[in-house]
Design a protein around this ligand. Structure first.
Ligand code: CA
Length: 229
């Protein structure tokens, strides 16, 4: 089977959800339907979809927040469903990292075509280079250990690369200095986590265009650091 991809549909209008479900299944997709934002986040974790079709206006947690939280933990493609009047929200959807959007009322056939196209694009990217992590103005290759910043190749020490690659592999996740120490330094260090601080500072001067206002390598006050995708 070509299309065994899992699609999570988040839509609170039962009629719309039902039609989308039917068309996606007919095309061979494995579909899960949920009707609100809270259920969407729970289902996202357990169903592990390859793509999410996400309505913008949802009860309890809205589509924007759902999209933001999905983006904080994965690169799973998201297609937003928006009402015609929601022009601004449409843009916000893309700013939030949604891959595409479809305005309501939409033809289910068109939605299925978009799903197929976005999945193909995502699949090609994943196949092209599974070890390359790519972000806004920054990419790193886990095999060649090459790093490209906005102004070209960046030279990092082995430890700096390991630290950067580790946090970038877990976008949005907050790590304490001790956790980073354990993950990146492969020997039991005598507990001086200021090493992490020093490495993080050096990394910022190398990969951040404005190290005092980092785009990716964020400090989480009182806790540690996180990589913002
Ligand atoms: Ca809705």
């Amino acid at each position: 089977m070509m299309n065994e991809a899992r699609v999570l549909v988040v839509e609170d209008e039962p009629m719309v959800a039902e039609v989308v479900d039917r068309y996606l299944r007919r095309d061979g997709y494995d579909v899960a339907i949920v009707h609100d934002g809270k259920a969407a986040l729970a289902e996202f974790a357990s169903f592990q979809p390859d793509l999410v079709v996400l309505d913008l206006m949802l009860p309890n947690v809205d589509g924007k927040e759902v999209c933001r939280q999905i983006r904080a933990r994965s690169q799973t493609p998201v297609i937003m469903l928006t009402a015609r009047s929601e022009e601004i929200d449409k843009l916000v959807g893309l700013e939030l990292g949604a891959d595409d959007y479809v305005t309501k009322p939409f033809s289910p056939r068109e939605l299925v075509a978009r799903v197929r196209a976005v999945l193909r694009r995502a699949g090609n990217q994943a196949q092209a280079n599974p070890d390359t992590l790519q972000f806004d103005g920054l990419s790193m290759n886990g095999l060649t250990r090459e790093v490209e910043g906005l102004s070209g190749p960046v030279k990092l020490t082995a430890r700096e690369f390991d630290l950067l690659y580790f946090v970038a592999s877990h976008p949005g996740q907050v790590f304490s200095r001790t956790q980073l120490m354990d993950a990146v330094w492969d020997y039991a260090f005598a507990g001086d986590t200021s090493t992490v601080t020093v490495h993080m500072r050096r990394l910022r001067t190398k990969v951040e265009p404005d190290p005092s206002r980092p785009r990716h390598l964020k400090t989480v006050w009182g806790v540690g650091y996180k990589f913002e995708p």
